[in-house]
Design a binder for this molecule. Structure first.
Ligand code: SF4
Length: 172
């Protein structure tokens, strides 16, 4: 089940960088953004391998950073087996290392595990790693398929990660 995440204002962290590489995890963050916008996660017949709400979210981030004088590009992971940054192959990490060398900062749109993947990949570079989202909890939602091929998440709730039920039924 996707981990729900909230945006972090990266502008203060990225200040001083001339260029930043945005590295989005295409799974949980994309699901979260689509659910927040109340839009389909994927429209199979219009954009099979891209989540349009998340693409718009990334473009908006790029525009905001451009206003701050930071040039950005996006490290694309369009193939489904590249969507989960927590499970990237060695080859994928090496590719990121190579692209990151051309930037001052790397902005991760993903969870702590995604950030760990990036830290691991760019360890040998001078890139500053910035986490652009923070974990808010685990999403509880109803998966829905709508004609003519939309995949959506409905009735979304965020369950705190620390929620534990005691034997008397209370949580702490
Ligand atoms: S790296 Fe984090 S955000 Fe991305 S799929 Fe794995 S758990 Fe979800």
């Amino acid at each position: 089940m996707p981990i729900h995440r909230d945006d972090v204002d990266v502008a203060p962290e990225v200040a001083g960088s001339r260029s930043a590489l945005i590295v989005p995890c295409n799974m949980c963050p994309a699901v979260t953004v689509a659910a927040k916008k109340n839009q389909p996660f994927i429209r199979f017949f219009r954009s099979l391998l891209k989540s349009v709400p998340f693409e718009q979210h990334i473009k908006a981030l790029q525009s905001r950073l451009k206003e701050e004088g930071v040039r950005t590009s996006v490290f694309r992971s369009d193939l489904p087996h590249h969507w989960f940054m927590c499970m990237w192959t060695a080859g994928r990490r090496k590719k990121l290392q190579s692209e990151a060398k051309q930037h001052d900062s790397v902005i991760v749109l993903g969870c702590d595990s995604a950030t760990e993947t990036v830290r691991d990949a760019v360890r040998s570079t001078d890139c500053k790693v910035i986490q652009g989202m923070e974990v808010a909890g685990v999403m509880n939602a109803r998966l829905a398929f709508d004609f003519p091929g939309n995949l959506s998440f409905r009735s979304c709730k965020t369950v705190p990660l620390s929620l534990r039920m005691t034997e008397d039924g209370t949580s702490h």
